[in-house]
Ligand binder design. Structure first.
Ligand SMILES: [Fe+2]
Ligand SMILES: [Fe+2]
Length: 156
């Protein structure tokens, strides 16, 4: 006997489940990037050498604590959506050269911003507006981090 055709409601439900699974996967990538950022900012804020970098070293300490707040928020959102927050970070990068440290951080911020933009788009398409608002708050801080790093590198 032919199986009954899934109802439109069931189709919509499985589409929602699929969209939510994709958002959870993406948020876990974002969380792994936050862990990486925390490690780099903790290490680089201590390791930056040179009087010209003393202001940015202080700013990196603030970035570290903001990245921790982002990680906590992203983990909370993953749990709320029914996912399991990852325990694995993206591998942290390192350099002994101060300028290179800032370039590594800048690239990380740009990658992070690009990914959060995509996540906001996914959240809005899925009607997850509380999530997209939380991500907008995070992305505003990532943009501040990007500006701090560009200023320190003389790129603005
Ligand atoms: Fe962050
Ligand atoms: Fe950041």
């Amino acid at each position: 006997m032919a199986r009954a055709k899934p109802s439109k409601a069931a189709d919509a439900e499985s589409a929602t489940t699929g969209a939510r699974a994709a958002i959870i996967r993406g948020l876990n990538e974002d969380l792994a990037r936050e862990y990486k950022a925390i490690i780099q900012y903790v290490v680089f804020s201590a390791a930056l050498k040179g009087a010209e970098y003393s202001d940015i070293a202080d700013q990196l300490k603030l970035h570290a604590s903001q990245e921790l707040a982002h990680a906590l928020e992203v983990a909370r959102q993953i749990d709320y959506l029914g996912g399991d927050p990852t325990v694995k970070g993206k591998p942290a990068e390192y350099s002994t050269d101060s300028k290179r440290m800032l370039e590594i951080d800048l690239r990380g911020e740009q990658e992070t911003i690009k990914n959060y933009r995509e996540r906001i788009r996914q959240a809005e398409a899925a009607g997850e507006y509380a999530l997209s608002e939380a991500l907008r708050d995070i992305i505003a801080e990532e943009q501040d981090h990007e500006i701090d790093l560009k200023d320190a590198l003389g790129l603005r």
